[in-house]
Design a protein around this ligand. Structure first.
Ligand code: T1G
Length: 688
């Protein structure tokens, strides 16, 4: 279908003049708007949404859909409608870019009502992704057919919202209250098979989806259309509903939208549809202006901006099928599982047969845990293990496409390894280092072709944490960088490109955050007040609990190495040194900033005495420090460091800093990140 002559549903021009087929025999074509086209063939109007890249339900789409339904309803030659999308998306949701603007009519609820209330049957042919408002449009249709690759969901809570066009009321009428609470409260996206099993989709059609939808809608002509809003809500087991609600609320601590979604879906069981939809709309509009929604919209667009890497526009990644991993300790085994999860074949190498076997056991253990938790099946696990080869010699890496070293973080060890590897792997195999603190340029300098070296910095546990810092070394070739990004993405990671500096982005910002925490305890707060304040804000653990978990000795060794060159004019808090000198190295040693009894962390009066002595030694007159000041100073410290990283070109943009802290350090996404918060504080600050 090609011709789209105007925005008012006029007929598209067809061939005319002597000898041409009389127009009536040709399908009638319409352009209902710039993004919605229609074609009537033998009484069925096929309406196509054509708004690349994701067929977002923009004002143009809403206008076009309303015009199309109006035309179909009024045209005596039209008996039924099939609604579908072009490309790989049915409708990717409301147009998020409109959320910062005044609502532009027609609003989506009006379009959805027009579809459902149409006297002629309308069948949705879900050709691809149907999310948010896209699924709400489909739910208002009188039947839904889906292609096998379709994906469906109401992920509004991931944007700090609730569905705003009937989703909280129509979905439970198809799948029940408990399942709807789970789907809407979590924002989970399901595949076509699950959608069919739940009752969202009536049928999956492997080929000629539009043809099947046309036949389906023809069969509905003359019958009373099945209006979803008229369907009764199945009486689910209250215990099942409560369990689904409790699971959603437990996972969304501190967030508004999921709780509101649960409330609205529960209401479907006993509040009249019209009243419940009005409540849903009011709740959606209120949430749309919330800080939580602004923060999550920021994160949504920041993730897409992070995918745009300077200098890689026309650079293709190298093909990677097999990944070598040298070092199968805690990090290496986690990386191996992430690679197996990503569909790669993995060759894991250790220094001895015993160490190799221990590595295999660690990997198998992680895969078993995934099966035990229900995150994957025994068949998935076996398929992953079938792609794993373990060896105690580097020769096993001869055929790999990319190798990641996850050996002890020592420069000599890593450079010697890379020198050995270059003699084993293929000339165009990528050499990636997982180093956290070493200078990858110095590692690259050890090999003949430094352009093949890149940093691939994972976060522990590497099979769980979503963040991967892709370190662009001074000589990393664009193809190599593109390959590392592609591999990280295939592993399900969020790749964030950074330049070379000690600690890259995450550990640099985390060090500044931890330093600010130490300043706060020297000023008068206790470590426990600092942790409690930032945990109440939304981080899973405060800086002192995290330091105990990681162990204090590595940072202590770093500080001792830096002592000789430390800038004397810079404030330095030595309380952590005092703890280490007292043998308090953190959780593994049974005591650090906390005491650990039966694995549980407890405040320790001995630490408070060490803190008081350190203050006294410096003549610091301590003062009470309120939780608000603690949170404000910790976030400001992260933002200040982030600004320096962007200014230095280590990070490409401030959104990348937020993504690193959210996906690597547990910063709550619904708060947007330190840069987002600092930016809004700046906006709100009175002009000088
Ligand atoms: N609105 C506007 N732009 C969008 C968009 C949307 N809904 N979704 C994606 N984009 C842009 C994105 O910014 C990027 O732009 C480009 O499209 C490709 O995106 C009323 C209120 C659909 C699965 O939450 O999950 O409906 O960077 O790289 O990997 O109740 O996009 O190229 O300039 O992600 O193929 C609910 C959000 C909205 C779905 C496609 N919907 N989108 O993934 O492409 S709220 C969502 C996605 C709502 C109603 C409520 C994904 C995708 P640029 P991409 P992709």
């Amino acid at each position: 279908m090609s011709d789209r002559s105007s925005a008012t549903g006029s007929r598209a021009a067809g061939p005319t003049g002597a000898g041409a087929t009389p127009p009536a025999a040709q399908p009638q074509r319409f352009a209902f708007s710039a993004t919605v086209i229609g074609e009537v063939d033998a009484g069925v109007m096929l309406v196509l949404i054509d708004n690349p890249p994701v067929n977002a339900a923009s004002a143009s789409v809403r206008t076009g859909l309303l015009a199309a339904i109006g035309r179909a309803a009024a045209d005596p030659d039209v008996v039924a409608v099939v609604l579908s999308g072009t490309g790989k998306t049915f409708v990717g949701g409301a147009d998020i870019r409109e959320f910062n603007l005044p609502p532009e009519p027609p609003l989506l609820p009006e379009v959805v009502a027009a579809i459902e209330d149409c006297a002629k049957p309308i069948v949705a042919a879900l050709n691809g992704v149907a999310l948010g408002g896209g699924l709400e449009i489909a739910l208002a249709c009188h039947a839904r057919l889906a292609a096998p690759g379709a994906k469906l969901g109401l992920p509004e809570v991931k944007l700090g919202l609730v569905p705003g066009a009937g989703g909280t009321q129509r979905l439970p009428r198809l799948v029940g209250v408990a399942a709807a609470i789970d789907l809407i409260g979590s924002g989970r996206i399901v595949d076509a098979g699950t959608a069919e099993r739940l009752g969202i989709v009536d049928r999956i059609v492997a080929s000629d989806l539009v043809g099947a939808a046309t036949a389906t809608v023809r069969a509905l002509v003359g019958t009373v259309p099945r209006r979803t809003s008229d369907l009764p809500v199945a009486a689910d087991d209250p215990a099942e509903i409560d369990a689904a609600a409790a699971k959603v609320l437990a996972r969304s601590r501190g967030q508004q939208a999921p709780a509101e979604a649960v409330r609205l879906v529960r209401a479907a069981a006993d509040v009249p549809f019209a009243d419940a939809v009005a409540d849903e709309r009011a709740t959606f509009l209120a949430l749309r202006n919330s800080d939580e929604a602004a923060a999550l919209r920021h994160v949504f667009f920041a993730e897409r901006a992070a995918a745009k890497v300077y200098g890689l526009d026309d650079v293709a990644a190298l093909p990677v099928a097999t990944i070598g991993i040298v070092g199968l300790g805690l990090m290496g085994s986690g990386i191996a599982v992430a690679a197996l999860d990503g569909g790669f074949a993995v060759v894991g190498v250790e220094t001895s047969a015993a160490a190799a076997e221990a590595g295999r056991a660690r990997i198998a253990g992680l895969l078993d845990k995934s099966v035990a938790s229900g995150r994957s099946s025994a068949a998935d696990r076996d398929a992953r293990l079938a792609r794993l080869t373990i060896s105690d010699g580097l020769a096993a890496l001869a055929g790999i496409d990319l190798v990641i070293e996850a050996v002890f973080d020592d420069l000599d060890v890593k450079t010697r390894l890379f020198q050995s590897l270059q003699g084993v792997v293929r000339p165009n195999a990528v050499l990636a280092t997982n180093t956290s603190y070493l200078d990858p340029d110095r590692i690259a300098a050890a090999v003949d072709r430094p352009e093949r070296v890149v940093g691939l910095h994972f976060f522990s546990p590497a099979n769980v944490m979503r963040l991967a810092e892709i370190v662009r070394c001074a000589k990393t070739a664009p193809t190599v960088l593109a390959t590392a990004i592609s591999v990280a993405r295939a592993m399900g990671k969020l790749p964030i490109v950074c330049g070379v500096t000690e600690g890259f982005i995450g550990n640099r910002v985390f060090s500044a955050y931890r330093r600010a925490g130490e300043f706060l305890i020297e000023d008068g707060a206790s470590p426990y007040e600092v942790d409690a304040a930032i945990e109440a804000f939304g981080l899973a653990m405060g800086p002192f609990a995290v330091s105990d978990l990681a162990g204090l000795e590595i940072a202590w060794a770093l500080r001792k190495r830096q002592a000789a060159t430390r800038d004397a004019s810079e404030r330095y808090v030595d309380i952590a040194d005092r703890l280490c000198e007292a043998g308090r190295f953190g959780q593994r040693s049974g005591k650090g900033w906390y005491a650990y009894v039966d694995g549980k962390r407890q405040p320790d009066p001995e630490v408070l005495m060490i803190v008081a002595a350190a203050r006294a030694a410096k003549g610091v007159a301590s003062r009470p420090v309120a939780a608000e000041e603690i949170v404000e100073r910790l976030i400001a410290a992260m933002a200040d460091e982030g600004r320096m990283l962007v200014a230095a070109g280590i990070a490409a943009r401030s959104g990348d800093i937020d993504l690193v802290m959210i996906n690597g350090y547990g910063f709550p996404a619904h708060k947007g990140g330190p840069m987002f918060i600092a930016g809004r504080a700046q906006e709100a600050a009175p002009p000088h």
